[in-house]
Design a protein around this ligand. Structure first.
Ligand code: SF4
Length: 485
């Protein structure tokens, strides 16, 4: 780190860890609160984090009476994981990464290169487990009134948002860039963020917590679509009820018409559904999307039924209508005019609704941070950046983020995603360019590092770090990445 007394009279020093190049007064922090002037020395404010894994935190056990080369340790493999959290950033990128750490794992010399990467090309993918309609696909998602992303294609039982990205960080107004940066950082640090969707809902999102849609905390994600629910529970309804409709904004299921009902010889009931029939017992577009039954806009399920067919229907026919989460359910019997009349639900049908609820997993928000590490930060690892990319693709180099395993996309570059709940707290920062600061670690054999043109003169032993680092227990239950240490 270069420290230039820029203004000797004020004893300011200049931080060169990012393009902002702050002048920092004694006792003050720079614009990102990551660096400060401590008695004339530029210091990284947060501690450097090293993780140590233990059995209680998911370390893999050596089998009893392990092979003869067992060294007596309870936990097999590397016990220390060097993260980039608090390691700092070097700028410009040709400078070697802040820490290039050597260690020996199972007799193999390894090296881990760590840096807090500055990402202008980054965002988060948010999965929100809810049937409730959040907004139309491609609708703008806003935080504090600023556009920070959009609604993307929904997944099975979940609504998906794509937030951030270089367009919102750099391509709009200054305020849009700042709010986008704040939103990404808060979501990535597992803090709650309120988002509003044009033409849709307001949702409170926090990684690892239930979403709150229009002020209502979501309890469960759906057991399946309406058709799948019929398929799962048809046998349990057989003999207890004449007809079941599972109300779903996407695919509403009808027991007597569905293949499951046919195979169980459930007779026709004369039911008539609104919407577009797809295949037998499966209906699309029975209503508009919304926050009512099964992600539709209806509060009265009878609104999706037409009149029963007088040739087939008979008075006394019993009908259960239920949503895909079991949150909504009602029981009806046809009167002499073949009109469904709501009645008290029999106990054995209540049990089937409870069974649907039991099979619905707790609704959660999931936040995956996604960034491109295939750009300039590779120069902090090697003098020949493309070799790092090739090494990652060849599985010679392992990429982690804050010690957490990442998914690296196929194709060009090193575009990765990481579950932010698997990372230590407050792993993310920002710089006001604006851009996110995220930890990234590259681990490989020392010989491979030398072969790809690594900064070998800067390799230092792990022992040289431990005195000044904060050592945390491996915090998560997820897979522990292979890493030197
Ligand atoms: S924003 Fe932070 S990293 Fe960038 S120059 Fe200022 S103090 Fe240093």
């Amino acid at each position: 780190m270069v420290i230039e007394p820029a203004d000797a009279s004020a004893d300011k020093i200049r931080c060169d860890a990012c393009p902002v190049m702050c002048y920092i007064k004694p006792g003050a922090a720079g614009a990102c609160d990551r660096y400060a002037n401590h008695n004339g020395e530029l210091v990284r404010v947060d501690p450097h984090i090293i993780l140590e894994r233990t059995v209680s935190h998911g370390g893999r056990l050596v089998p009893f009476q392990a092979s003869g080369d067992w060294d007596g340790k309870i936990v097999q493999g590397p016990s220390t994981i060097v993260t980039a959290i608090g390691a700092g950033t070097t700028y410009p990128d040709y400078k070697p990464a802040p820490f290039i750490v050597s260690s020996e794992v199972d007799g193999v010399d390894m090296v881990t290169v760590v840096t807090e990467g500055i990402f202008s090309y980054c965002g988060v993918k948010v999965k929100i487990d809810t049937d409730r309609y959040l907004g139309p696909e491609t609708a703008t998602v806003r935080a504090q009134g600023e556009a920070v992303g959009h609604v993307t294609t929904s997944e099975y039982g979940s609504q998906m948002l794509s937030l951030g990205g270089v367009h919102h960080l750099t391509g709009g107004s200054k305020k849009e860039g700042r709010v986008t940066c704040d939103t990404l950082m808060d979501l990535s640090n597992c803090r709650p963020v309120e988002l509003s969707i044009d033409g849709g809902s307001t949702v409170l999102v926090q990684a690892g917590h239930a979403p709150v849609v229009n002020g209502i905390r979501e309890e469960r994600m759906r057991v399946g679509c309406g058709s799948a629910t019929i398929g799962m529970f048809a046998k349990q309804w057989q003999g207890k009820i004449d007809e079941v409709v599972v109300v779903d904004d996407h695919i509403t299921g009808v027991l007597s018409e569905h293949q499951a009902g046919k195979q169980l010889d459930i007779p026709d009931t004369g039911i008539k559904m609104k919407g577009r029939r797809s295949t037998p017992g499966r209906y699309f577009q029975v209503a508009e999307p919304g926050t009512g039954w099964g992600g539709t806009n209806i509060s009265d399920p009878l609104a999706i039924l037409g009149p029963f067919d007088a040739k087939t229907a008979r008075p006394g026919t019993t009908l259960l209508m239920v949503s895909t989460t079991g949150e909504h359910a009602a029981y009806y019997e046809l009167d002499d005019g073949l009109r469904p009349i709501e009645k008290e639900m029999p106990a054995n049908l209540k049990q089937s609704v409870e069974r649907i609820q039991e099979n619905c997993e707790p609704a959660l928000c999931t936040v995956l941070f996604m960034a491109g590490a295939g750009g300039s930060l590779r120069a902090g690892v090697t003098e020949n950046p493309v070799r790092l990319t090739r090494s990652v693709k060849d599985a010679l180099t392992r990429v982690t983020s804050g010690g957490a395993a990442v998914y690296v996309w196929p194709g060009g570059g090193i575009t990765y995603m990481v579950d932010v709940t698997q990372m230590p707290a407050n792993a993310f920062g920002y710089v006001p360019t604006p851009a996110l600061v995220a930890p990234i670690e590259f681990t490989m054999k020392l010989s491979d590092y030398a072969a790809l043109g690594g900064h070998m003169d800067y390799v230092r032993p792990l022992s040289s770090l431990k005195d000044n680092a904060e050592i945390l227990a491996w915090p998560k239950k997820g897979p522990i990445p292979e890493q030197g240490g």
